[in-house]
Unconditional design. Structure first.
Length: 403
């Protein structure tokens, strides 16, 4: 409240009743000068809530330890005034020190990456925002990172062979999955240097043969048969609710798409069409190659409605370049952490801790297992052809935090 407004309010309180009765405020005055009570009411609505999430922030050029990734700290501030400066603070003894700065998005979010612990102990954070365009200063309650110190399941691919938890998937040709020209095979998967590499390669056993690739039932040309990197943890690891994250450097060329996704382990009620009973396919991220006109990144949910009809929810990630660190960054140039937060009521998708999309459609209530793949579906093979093979997607680590 300004000194002028405060002085006016005090003067009004001291006025004789007779003078107060003849005081008139025009509609124009009311529109231009809201009362002190209105100002206070508006300022009282300023709120800030900070949430501490797991270590899902780790952009970089080289493989790195999953334990060195940063925790995501996400603040929701009302009113949502885009551009409002927000400061992240970490508690050190009895004082608070600045740990990061950013600006509020139009959705009222302020997203940070910060250490999850110091000396093995969790940290406490809060956010503050000063007065901005009529919004009063605001400060969140402190939150601790203690809930996410230990991941439920991790694979950092530190050996020279694939962890037995993973199996090779779809090792036969699958016309119903639009893969008559390609199949999964161990020859397209390698482990070394702290990563697992999933590739699309020409099938060495069928080099003298060609496959007719089709899109919408029409031929797009004849191409080499392909072997694909396609692995999953079905039968060894699954979870229900929490976070799943993978640090990935994508392939370059179109003609194939990299993916980090999940499928249900089974169906508990075969008479039900509810995803709570049937599970769902959760495509955390797919990448269709550099220079794609839509940016190349997608997230989807495949489920069914009450009638049993298939439901596909999701789309291309809008303005995907805005999630890159800078102009020199790229999905096939550097590693990024792609994650999903899965609750009983919603999915929230993020890249390096920044929200890309959320939905309440098709939320699984079943155990789900992670999958990594670089697939070449028949409809896209013509976009890259044979000359740009092999193509490779590198995965640094996969982690799950069950909630």
């Amino acid at each position: 409240m300004s000194h002028r407004a405060l002085a006016g309010s005090l003067a009004a309180l001291l006025m004789p009743t007779s003078l107060l009765m003849v005081s008139v405020t025009t509609s124009a005055d009311a529109a231009q000068s809201p009362t002190s009570n209105q100002q206070l009411a508006r300022k009282a609505k300023s709120k800030a809530k900070l949430s501490a999430l797991p270590q899902i922030v780790q952009q970089g050029k080289k493989p790195a330890s999953a334990s060195s990734a940063k925790a995501a700290l996400v603040a929701k501030i009302k009113p949502a005034k885009a551009g409002r400066p927000v400061v992240l603070q970490v508690q050190k003894g009895k004082t608070w020190k600045t740990a990061g700065k950013t600006k509020l998005t139009k959705k009222g979010l302020a997203e940070f990456g910060a250490p999850i612990s110091k000396g093995g102990k969790p940290l406490k954070y809060r956010v503050t925002a000063g007065k901005f365009k009529g919004a009063a200063p605001v400060k969140s309650k402190p939150v601790s990172t203690s809930k996410w110190l230990d991941a439920t399941w991790t694979d950092e691919f530190s050996s020279s062979t694939l962890n037995p938890a993973w199996i090779h998937r779809s090792t036969g040709y699958e016309p119903t999955s639009l893969r008559e020209c390609s199949r999964g095979d161990a020859k397209a998967v390698s482990v070394g240097g702290g990563t697992v590499k999933l590739s699309v390669i020409k099938d060495p056993a069928r080099l003298n043969e060609k496959c007719v690739a089709k899109k919408d039932g029409k031929s797009t040309g004849s191409y080499a048969y392909r072997l694909l990197g396609h692995i999953g943890t079905e039968g060894s690891f699954s979870f229900k609710y929490g976070f799943a994250a993978a640090r990935i450097k994508m392939h370059k060329s179109r003609g194939q798409h990299g993916g980090f996704w999940m499928q249900p382990t089974g169906v508990t009620n075969k008479s039900s069409n509810n995803p709570k009973d049937t599970g769902a396919e959760i495509d955390i991220i797919e990448y269709f190659g550099d220079k794609h006109p839509e940016g190349g990144l997608t997230s989807f949910i495949y489920s069914q409605n009450s009638s049993g009809a298939a439901v596909k929810t999701g789309s291309w990630i809008k303005d995907s370049k805005s999630f890159l660190k800078n102009r020199r960054d790229g999905w096939s140039k550097n590693y990024h952490v792609f994650s999903v937060e899965w609750t009983p009521s919603a999915y929230i998708f993020r890249i390096d801790g920044q929200e890309t999309w959320r939905t309440k459609v098709g939320v699984s209530g079943q155990q789900q297992f992670p999958i990594l793949s670089l697939l070449a579906s028949d409809y896209e093979i013509s976009q890259g052809g044979d000359s740009k093979l092999p193509q490779t997607m590198a995965v640094d680590w996969v982690r799950v935090w069950q909630a």
